[in-house]
Design a protein around this ligand. Structure first.
Ligand code: SAM
Ligand code: SF4
Length: 370
């Protein structure tokens, strides 16, 4: 099946006049300031998760259109030195599909010894590269894992690779890329019964599990509200086996709402002392409990375009400026102007996807950089 993705509106060729206040960082009209950069290094992937990619894949970007390690290093440098970017997440597509990912990490790390640099990956091939990535300067890893059952994994990812992912997560921990976080998307009737098992497994391994509500960002446009497993359902399912208490630390704009996890009181258990938490679990409820008002994210696609929001319909191209030899100031001004136009909110939480408030973006999750 072929999928037409359409194209987002792209602006390029130098800064648009922006009323954004100079010197305030990447601020927008609604008073938010972006300090968390999500940068996609590649659109291509070796899995075909049903909630993200079509079975046939997508038309991949030609290699020459991907930012080089030096170009990525320069964009991050502009973000950190001019806008106070305090955190970088490398994503994709599947970042490990890039053979030069270690060079990308090293290029960023060279200029910024203290910047937290994390990576979101499906974990395939991570077992053989975790140590080199740590050596290059990576701080931490998020591994995506939706099922502990090989058959279910294969059904969801359309590839039989569970063992590679498990080995990858363990290698990340062994390489010190901690805390290792695990991202899981639950699909109704497929893996939603696994929520407590996934949490028990994560706690046992010392991984921090986060459930992500399925968002309407799949290339097949197959998302339905009825089939989405909502945050409230996820918490209810976990509560059948664990006690969840709100985590005391302030959320501070983080997408995941965190819960301390404790065992349920056993039969006949006396008052005794309060058991310490076994760990935490996060729920990222982008659809039913959106956190747009506190968003701190700015995004760059693998071909160097700024997206002010995951759900944007407009992109601003930085790569032609970079490749034409523009000064840092001009690139920065273009980025700043793009962020000023960040939408208030995605609108998914309101009437429904047939509401005028929400129009699915032209790009799917893998092509944006989730
Ligand atoms: N390939 C890498 C991976 O899977 O971790 C990085 C890119 S992937 C787009 C980043 C994260 O987005 C993954 O945790 C994945 O589960 C999540 N994701 C993809 N499509 C999604 C969707 N429609 N709704 C919610 N999360 C989604
Ligand atoms: Fe690939 Fe990640 Fe999308 Fe799965 S979620 S298809 S691993 S980009």
């Amino acid at each position: 099946m072929s999928v037409s993705l359409g194209l987002p509106r792209v602006r390029s060729g130098g800064p648009a006049p922006s009323p954004a206040p100079v010197g305030a960082g990447l601020v927008d009209r609604h008073g938010r300031r972006a300090t968390d950069l999500r940068l996609s290094v590649i659109d291509k992937c070796n899995l075909r998760c049903t909630y993200c990619m079509p079975a046939a894949g997508l038309p991949w970007l030609p290699a020459a259109q991907l930012m080089s390690p030096a170009e990525i290093g320069r964009i991050v440098d502009i973000g950190v030195s001019r806008f106070g970017i305090a955190e970088l997440r490398l994503t994709g597509g599947e970042p490990l599909v890039r053979a030069d990912l270690e060079e990308v990490v090293a290029a960023v790390r060279a200029g910024h010894p203290d910047l937290p640099i994390s990576l979101t990956t499906n974990g395939i091939g991570l077992a053989g590269r975790a140590a080199a990535l740590a050596e290059a300067g990576l701080s931490r890893i998020n591994v995506s894992l939706d099922s502990l059952c090989a058959e279910t994994f294969k059904q969801l990812a359309r590839r039989d690779r569970l063992a590679d992912v498990l080995a990858g997560a363990e290698a990340a921990a062994a390489a010190g890329l901690t805390p290792v976080k695990i991202n899981a998307v639950l699909m109704r009737g497929v893996n939603d019964h696994e929520a407590p098992d996934l949490l028990a497994w994560a706690l046992q391994h010392g991984f921090a599990l986060r459930f992500i509500e399925q968002m309407p960002l799949d290339a097949d446009h197959g998302w339905t509200r009825e089939n989405m497993v909502a945050a409230a359902e996820i918490r209810a399912a976990l509560s059948t086996r664990f006690r969840l208490d709100p985590h005391p630390d302030p959320r501070n704009g983080a997408p995941a709402q965190l819960w301390d996890v404790r065992p349920l009181p056993g039969p006949g258990q006396g008052p005794g002392g309060e058991p310490g938490p076994l760990g935490t679990v996060g729920v990222i409820a982008s659809v039913t409990e959106p956190f747009c008002a506190d968003c701190k994210r700015t995004r760059i696609t693998a071909e160097g375009r700024v997206r002010s929001c995951l759900f944007s319909h407009e992109e601003v191209d930085l790569l032609p400026l970079l490749r034409a030899g523009a000064a840092d100031a001009e690139i920065a001004e273009t980025w700043r102007a793009a962020m000023w136009a960040k939408p208030t909110a995605h609108g998914m939480d309101r009437a429904g996807l047939d509401s005028a408030d929400y129009v699915q973006p032209e790009r799917s999750m893998s092509a944006i950089g989730g």
